[in-house]
Design a protein around this ligand. Structure first.
Ligand code: NAD
Length: 482
């Protein structure tokens, strides 16, 4: 399909924010071929030269950050402060990769009694970066920065639900890089499939939903193209019986659930509280939410939560709450609404906290990806850990306790790629801490040394000692002893 992708503001659906051209398969093919040609020269450049270009690319984006943040807010429904934060963090990440990559990607040379060994970190070629709509800038940078540092070219295919700010950002980055090394193509399944299945794509880095991931991994497998998959989560929050329920940590926990209207892979999605502190927790949580959670237009001052991304998402989420109530749950309103926003003009979903809902309700058992969160009472540590580990997802989790040692002891029992202590979601991230899922939340890592090494493959040159000049030799076809 060719034509244009149009994007309307989820907070004011009558407002057209912008359009981008959608790429037919022939266009995707031309883009990948040009990227492949550019990559061959780029890979031969010294890494110092490559990271200098990355720093220049970051500098090219910086001056436009305010306009990009507003564009992102208008196309996605995320609040303006969050959009500014995402863009700023993406540039921080890019510069951090420029600092760390020369160390992480350095060749290792050994020359000793066992022989001479050279370990080289070589690029894959063209990396296809397929990203979701909910954090299009940082989720693209997590792939672009390490992939380029390692000597790859990158073709980004963003979600058609938020293509505008990332399109402009990639163009700004590209202005400081060799032609065709970093490009963007737009579209949905057709353009994505043309990219993933392209024989000149050397690696696919995908962030998105599980159903799409299965299609992407299967298509990549037809060319035996390696993949990194960063998928959804159903993150449990484990409040131990000594957890601090005072306003400051409670405000942090509230925003860990409702930032971006709960549409975050690592949002706090199930709240486990001790039976004995259930009512105390609900009261403390609702009070903190009144202070910190305000639903309204993402561009309005003081608003901390905007609409959800589409009418379909709004209907799905309200359906989950209705189902939970039909199963005996009680939906409590959370936070307040901005009086200046017309909530009927967009895909606004009033945030809720749902108590008394059974564990097998879809609201608990599945990733809700929206502003509604169940509170679940537990009896003891074994009950808590078993229920937190239930299900097929294992992205994030958090443990809250006044005793850090206790929190770490419980954290070690959790099936999650990333366990936060006394926080959850973005406030608990670290550039140096690898992030990714276990179980069906995906494989491969972003951030940290591992997230850089993900885009290089180790290749070896080896001269065994036995066969070097003056070596002892060995029987033909013998196994080595070391
Ligand atoms: P999605 O799976 O619908 O789309 C992701 C991307 O895949 C989009 O760019 C889409 O156009 C593309 N796509 C669709 N069909 C394709 C095909 N056949 N071939 C190639 N590409 C194709 O995801 P979404 O709704 O945009 O995002 C929500 C999901 O992403 C949630 O499950 C969320 O938890 C997850 N997520 C995970 C992380 C993480 O780091 N683990 C981060 C953010 C979001």
């Amino acid at each position: 399909m060719t034509g244009r992708i149009t994007r309307h503001n989820p907070a004011r659906v009558y407002e057209l924010v912008g359009t981008v051209p959608s790429a037919a398969p022939a266009r995707v093919d031309a883009v990948v071929r040009a990227a492949d040609a550019a990559q061959r020269t780029w890979a031969r450049a010294d890494i110092a030269e490559r990271v200098a270009a990355l720093r220049a690319a970051a500098d090219a984006v910086e001056p436009e950050l305010p306009q990009l943040a507003e564009l992102l807010a208008r196309e996605s429904g995320k609040v303006l402060a969050d959009c500014r934060g995402e863009l700023g963090f993406a540039l921080t990440f890019l510069r951090w990769v420029a600092d760390q990559a020369p160390r992480v990607l350095a060749d290792t040379a050994l020359d000793d009694a066992a022989g001479r060994l050279l370990l080289r970190r070589r690029p894959y070629g063209v990396v296809a970066a397929i990203t979701p709509w909910n954090a299009p800038i940082i989720l693209s940078f997590l792939k672009i920065a390490p992939a380029l540092a390692a000597g790859n070219a990158v073709v980004v295919k963003p979600s058609p639900l938020a293509p505008l700010a990332i399109d402009r950002t990639v163009r700004l980055l590209s202005s400081a890089l060799p032609d065709a090394l970093l490009q963007v193509v737009h579209g949905d399944a057709e353009a994505g499939a043309a990219l993933v299945g392209h024989p000149l794509v050397g690696k696919v880095a995908f962030t998105g939903g599980a159903a799409t991931a299965r299609v992407v991994a299967a298509a990549a497998a037809t060319q035996t193209t390696p993949t990194v998959l960063e998928l959804g989560g159903n993150d449990p929050v484990l409040l131990l019986d000594d957890a601090d329920l005072s306003p400051e940590p409670m405000r942090r926990l509230v925003m860990a659930s409702y930032a971006t209207s709960g549409q975050v892979c690592m949002a706090a999605k199930r709240l486990y509280v001790p039976e004995t502190r259930h009512d105390e927790f609900v009261a403390a949580y609702l009070q903190a939410a009144d202070e910190v959670l305000c639903l309204g237009d993402p561009l309005a001052d003081g608003v901390s939560m905007g609409p959800v991304v589409t009418a379909e998402a709004a209907a799905r989420i309200t359906g989950l709450v209705a189902d939970a109530v039909a199963r005996g749950g009680r939906a409590l309103p959370v936070g307040r609404a901005d009086p200046g926003t017309d909530l009927r003009a967009g895909h606004f979903v009033a945030p809720t906290l749902v108590t008394g809902v059974p564990e097998d309700a879809p609201l608990v058992a599945e990733e809700q990806f929206g502003p509604t969160v169940p509170v679940l009472a537990y009896r003891d540590a074994d009950d808590l850990v078993a229920r937190a580990n239930a299900g097929e997802l294992g992205l994030g989790a958090s443990v809250w306790s006044a005793d850090e040692e206790r929190a770490f002891t419980v954290a070690r029992r959790l099936d999650a790629g990333f366990v936060f202590v006394n926080t959850h979601n973005r406030t608990g991230m670290s550039l140096r801490a690898p992030f990714g899922g276990v179980k069906r939340s995906g494989y491969g890592r972003e951030y940290g040394d591992e997230g850089i090494a993900e885009y290089a493959q180790t290749c070896v040159v080896h001269a065994p000692a036995a066969f070097r000049a003056g070596g002892a030799g060995a029987a033909a076809n013998a196994y080595p002893s070391s």
